[in-house]
Design a protein around this ligand. Sequence first.
Ligand SMILES: [Zn+2]
Length: 136
Amino acid sequence: MTSASRHCIRLKDVTVTPAGLSPAGFRILAAIDHLAQLFLIDMVATSIVRASSTVHQRGEAVDISVRDWPEWRVMAVWTTLRSSLGTDFAVLYEVPALPDQGILRDIAYHNPSATAPHLHIQLRKGFGVWPPHANS
Ligand SMILES: [Zn+2]
């Protein structure tokens, strides 16, 4: 039997906490953890539940650092997460300044208050409670 990859989600520092995570957040973390094993890299969560953002405060969003990632990996993880999470969720490549060129220009989402480029994954805005019904 082959041993499973230990690549996983790591927390950037002690300020990053999943306390108060919702089922939508569980789904997001599960998808990210799966990609950590698929891509054989650790995913660094820079924000999970925090008070300064409504969607993060509700436990429905996760931020993943893309620091030192090649552009192709950002694109591949963005694409794969969108596909695996489906239309209930939004996957944003948030940047403090839009790139002038490169393959990420078309997917970049300008957030002037972002401290660094990152993937912000959240329950789709206005969705309501996820999952919408028990056992469906
Ligand atoms: Zn975020």
